[in-house]
Write a protein that binds this ligand. Structure first.
Ligand code: ZN
Ligand code: ZN
Ligand code: FE
Length: 764
């Protein structure tokens, strides 16, 4: 037996997950001497002992790593034997490159058992945590990840907690947010104007919920509004106070059994719900269920989540049924996360505030996932997943990408890793812009990386574009749908050229018009527009987005011209008699009616035309309700979808004949569900035919599907099935959303590849 000494470097999510204590315990087990420390990159350690023990230690490092850890690389090098004894955890070493911060995570089983153990000193203590669980990203203010760099800094640990914190054999050894009822954060209950109330906060909040009152609950990443989901009256009150909002509310349920009494939930959906990330998962409603109809009106799906922090566990065990748990915000504003701001913003909505004195440093909304073809797809990637990195096909210069306008997220790259920020929201006001700016600084600090380039959308007027241009760094403007395509390529590890089918709402085109139903051929370096949906006018500009009946008029005008209002179509009643001449003039001359090839607007037009939705109260509503209707329809042959080849071989699909056929079906009394279904099939068939044409011309048979319209389950499944059936390799999103929430990833990679600057070498 010879004595050896090895130096190990471990990359990945190995900080903030209890990795150093884990290494310490392993070293004790195998009788090794040495030390371990966090570095900017991950964890570094030296261990000395017999060669057999060292080998066993290295195996166990991988095999028994803490549940939250993700090891992306482990390098072992022999070094000179030093002959010391004992194993030490050294202070964090700060070096260039930055470590990885762990996402927030649900309570572990050990802590959960203690939470409900009447003799445990943390019995019903809502801030229980250990090295294996608890808040991370949302409370970290800087790195290295140590208690002073978290919002737990103001709480001094009591003797008992300190003893745990310093005991290498304890589960709370170096658990930075360690706390107990004696020394840690405390719950408090405030009335609707923010005045603290005496008594037991939790018991009173539960009582209020049972009475049908609205309670604003401070969670890990921000405030939720909670109300009894089975009480129509209570949900109606919440809807009314949140102001005519028809957007579906998510619900919190106690466990899978409860979820399955309201909605279909497969084995995989169950595993997603029960994962430590605790996302909202969209599940198909059971035809008969006791949930208030107002929770998700006009929608065949419920969004459910399971408790993701101790307070939610305590709440859901104290009520009889699911709770609505919706973001505590006014529509269009970011979720409230600071106490004063929450009271100010929500005092007209909430009857009570169940709050506490641990600050949230970074606001993180709930993540939302839905299954497509049996695979998970993010609709929103935020709490629980942020800031896990997406691995890029190759190393690149560090780029900050700022997204577009809707569902904004940032992306910051470091080496071959891309870090997407939490969901920031729609960049339409000062609050979301400020949040974007803060997040850019915070992400850079956590990752210890300074971007060399900034990538932004081609749209000259987006707030994100102005923000990017004000940073004083070289900027790269990137076409919106090119970024969507690159985002899907990057997360699938694709290089070279692909066909990008980008079905989207709105994006600024290279020719200055609004694009959104695009067939691109290319790669990170650039693209050719090989096809698009036929252009339609948007009468009234942005008003046409909020009022889909305008898109229906626009789709009908080429068919009927100035005789439009003489047609026997219900949608025409949306325009009052005196306004009709103005509409005709707008459509005839194109006044204040920009052209768009948007797929989302085509969905709007059909939705309004067949009487589903003429005006919307949240983004995408007309299309979402059209999809819900199509689920009830029978399959049939698609409508016609002729296309013309324009200059330079670019194909434009003409949906005019389809609109005419739909009008014929309406006149003949065909059911709207069947029309909706046939419309989805028409779009899917048109996609296939254009892709076939592009394949013929280019020999390329790899297709990436991206853009917000691919949140539509029926369309995505139809398109993917047709393409795969015809021999195409089809790539969808999996790690980031297909909507603009995943756009920054594509922007970052395109900018990184465009840059001719030398690649930075890894720091020693
Ligand atoms: Zn725990
Ligand atoms: Zn304590
Ligand atoms: Fe988009």
């Amino acid at each position: 037996m010879t004595t050896e000494r090895a130096s190990l470097e471990i990359d990945g999510i190995v900080q903030g997950v209890g990795f150093r204590p884990f290494v310490y315990r392993l070293a004790l087990r195998y009788g090794l001497a040495g030390w371990v420390r966090n570095t900017g990159q991950g964890v570094q350690l030296e261990a000395e002992g017999t060669d057999a023990d060292l080998r066993a230690f290295c195996r166990a490092l991988r095999k028994e790593a803490p549940p939250l850890a993700v090891i992306t690389a482990l390098r072992v090098e022999p070094v000179a034997v030093e002959g010391g004894s004992g194993f030490a955890i050294l202070g964090s070493a700060k070096s260039a490159g930055g470590g990885d911060v762990s996402p927030d995570c649900d309570v572990c089983d050990d802590c959960l058992a203690e939470l409900f153990d009447p003799v445990n000193r943390r019995h019903v203590y809502p801030f229980i945590n250990c090295t294996n669980c608890g808040p991370r990203y949302s409370i970290i203010t800087g790195i290295p990840y140590d208690r002073p760099a978290t919002t737990m800094a103001p709480f001094g640990m009591c003797e008992e907690c300190l003893a745990e914190y310093h005991d290498p054999l304890n589960r709370r050894f170096h658990a930075q947010p360690n706390a107990c009822p004696v020394c840690g954060p405390r719950l408090r209950l405030l009335d609707s104007s923010g005045v603290p109330l005496p008594g037991d906060p939790l018991a009173q909040a539960l009582h209020a919920l049972a009475q049908g009152e609205i309670v604003a609950v401070k969670g890990v990443g921000g405030y939720h509004l909670a109300v009894d989901a089975l009480s129509g009256e209570a949900v109606a009150k919440l809807r009314q106070r949140k102001k005519r909002d028809e957007k579906p509310f998510a619900m919190l349920a106690a466990g899978l059994d409860e979820v399955r009494s309201f909605a279909h939930c497969s084995e995989l959906e169950g595993r997603l719900l029960e994962g430590v990330e605790r996302p909202i998962v969209l599940l198909r409603k059971l035809p008969v269920n006791p949930v208030s109809k107002l929770v998700a009106p006009g929608n065949g799906w419920f969004g459910f989540m399971l408790p993701g922090n101790p307070l939610q566990h305590l709440l859901i065990r104290g009520v009889n049924g699911p709770l609505v748990m919706t973001s505590g915000n006014l529509s269009d504003e970011p979720i409230a996360y600071r106490d004063a701001e929450a009271v100010e913003m929500l005092s007209g909505i909430a009857d009570f505030f169940l709050s506490h004195d641990r600050e949230i440093h970074t606001r993180t909304d709930d993540s939302v996932i839905r299954l497509y073809r049996g695979e998970p797809l993010f609709l929103r990637r935020s709490r629980g997943y942020v800031p896990r990195a997406v691995l890029l096909p190759e190393r690149q210069v560090s780029v900050l990408a700022v997204g577009a306008e809707l569902k904004a997220t940032l992306c910051l790259t470091r080496g071959s890793q891309a870090f997407l920020s939490q969901h920031i929201g729609d960049l339409k006001n000062a609050a979301t812009l400020a949040s974007l700016e803060e997040s850019a600084v915070h992400l850079g600090r956590l990752l210890e990386v300074k971007p060399e380039l900034v990538a932004h959308d081609l749209h000259p007027d987006y707030l994100s574009t102005h923000f990017a241009q004000g940073l004083g760094l070289p900027c790269v403007a990137i076409q919106h749908h090119h970024a969507h395509m690159a985002s899907c390529m990057a997360e699938n590890g694709l290089d070279g050229e692909v066909i990008g089918v980008i079905l989207d709402g709105t994006g600024y085109g290279s020719d200055g018009t609004i694009w959104g139903g695009e067939f691109l051929l290319g790669g990170y370096h650039g693209f050719t527009r090989c096809g698009h949906f036929g252009q339609m006018r948007m009468p009234g500009g942005d008003a046409a987005v909020r009022e889909p009946y305008r898109m229906a008029l626009s789709a009908l005008y080429p068919l009927y011209g100035n005789a439009l209002f003489e047609q026997p179509l219900t949608v025409l009643s949306q325009v009052a008699e005196p306004d009709r001449p103005l509409f005709l003039k707008m459509l005839e001359r194109g006044i204040n009616s920009p052209l768009t090839s948007s797929c989302g607007r085509l969905f709007d037009a059909v939705s309004a035309l067949i009487g589903v939705r003429s005006r919307i109260s949240y983004e995408g509503q007309a299309a979402i309700e059209l999809e819900a209707l199509a689920e009830l329809g029978n399959s049939s042959a698609p409508y016609p979808y002729p296309y013309r080849v324009q200059g330079e071989g670019c194909r434009a699909i003409d949906f005019g004949p389809m609109i005419a056929a739909i009008c014929g079906d309406l006149a003949a009394g065909r059911g709207s569900a069947d029309i909706a279904r046939a419309f989805h099939q028409t779009v899917a068939s048109a996609v296939l035919e254009l892709c076939q044409g592009i394949r013929e011309g280019s020999g390329n048979d790899r297709v990436v599907l991206s853009g917000g319209v691919f949140q539509n389950r029926i369309l995505t499944e139809d398109v993917a099935k047709l393409l795969s059936g015809d021999g195409f390799d089809v790539y969808c999103h999996r790690l980031v959303p297909p909507n603009d929430g995943g756009l920054a990833l594509g922007q970052a990679v395109i900018a990184g590849r465009k840059s001719s600057q030398p690649q930075p070498q890894p720091q020693p």
